[in-house]
Every structure is written in structure tokens, then in C-alpha cells.
Design a protein around this ligand. Structure first.
Ligand code: MG
Length: 164
């Protein structure tokens, strides 16, 4: 597919969730074995939230909080893939496709690398793109700040969309 450069749009998403006891940990739609999960109204999948915001941002839409208010009981405990699917639907309606996504998880724990492939595969499947069009990096913050103190996890995502 030959897409003119002028039709590319990029979006950025950022999200943070604090740790909470007795919650499962979901990152990128994958359940990660962990003694502690993330607090949130939905399943608190910080990576999928940042991903949805990156996609909404790329097409100039409003953010995930506007689309899915955390005061709305419909989204309580819901799988965050619902948010990404809505973002993808909006992309499609505006005549775009997602080209690639580049994701970073910031966490002191747990170790993300054993789950990188599973997460990327799930992102590729959710977005309808190839594995090669996804990237997932993880970093600590060298024990600095709230991430470094192990109080929560943050995620940053850049998404590129193209008009088709
Ligand atoms: Mg969130």
C-alpha cells in the first residue's frame, strides 16, 4: 500500500496506575503473574490505556477519560481492550489505519521481559497489525520517584496512523 506522507498522523499516550493489593495485574491485555495488581475503575491495564490515548490522539479525538468516564458503572472492571477497540473503530470511521505502535512500560517490578512477546502478539492482534509493527520496551526509573519506590506503573505509547 502506497500512502502519501501527508496523510500520516502521530499520537502519544501516557498513563499511570498505583499498585493495589488483591488485584490481578494486566499489561497489554495479558495477565502477568504478580503478588500485586493495579488499582483502577476498569481492569487498570495501564498499557492499553496509554495505547488507546495514543490512537485517539493521532486522529485528534478526545481522550480515554472523555470516552469512558470512570464514573460510568459500565466500565467498572471491564477489559481495557474495549477502549482500544473503540479507538480502532474511530480510526476506521475516519478513514485511517494504524501503521505501528511503540510502547514503553516504566516499572520497578515485576520484570516485563518474560512477557514482551505475549504482550506484543496481543497488541498486534488487537490492532490488526503485524508483530513487527509493534514494539514494547520496559525500563525502571533507577529507584527514583513514585515508580522507583514501587508505588505503581506508568506506560507511554506512540502510535502512527495513515489515511487509506
Ligand atoms: Mg488509566
Amino acid at each position: 500500500m502506497n500512502v502519501p506522507l501527508s496523510s500520516y498522523r502521530v499520537g502519544f499516550g501516557f498513563d499511570v496506575h498505583p499498585f493495589e493489593e488483591n488485584r490481578p495485574l494486566f499489561l497489554g491485555g495479558i495477565r502477568i503473574p504478580s503478588p500485586i495488581g493495579l488499582a483502577g475503575h476498569s481492569d487498570a491495564d495501564v498499557l492499553l490505556h496509554a495505547l488507546a490515548d495514543a490512537i485517539f490522539g493521532a486522529i485528534g479525538s478526545t481522550d480515554i477519560g472523555q470516552h469512558f468516564p470512570n464514573t460510568d458503572p459500565r466500565w467498572r472492571g471491564c477489559a481495557s481492550s474495549v477502549f482500544v477497540c473503540e479507538a480502532i473503530e474511530e480510526v476506521r470511521q475516519k478513514g485511517y489505519v494504524v501503521v505501528n505502535v511503540d510502547c514503553t512500560i516504566l516499572a520497578e517490578q515485576p520484570k516485563i521481559s518474560p512477557h514482551t512477546t505475549a504482550i506484543r502478539q496481543n497488541l498486534a492482534s488487537l490492532l490488526g497489525i503485524s508483530l513487527e509493527a509493534t514494539s514494547l520496551k520496559a525500563t525502571t526509573t533507577e529507584r527514583l520517584g513514585f515508580i522507583g519506590r514501587g508505588e505503581g506503573i506508568a506506560a507511554m505509547v506512540v502510535a502512527l496512523v495513515a489515511k487509506v
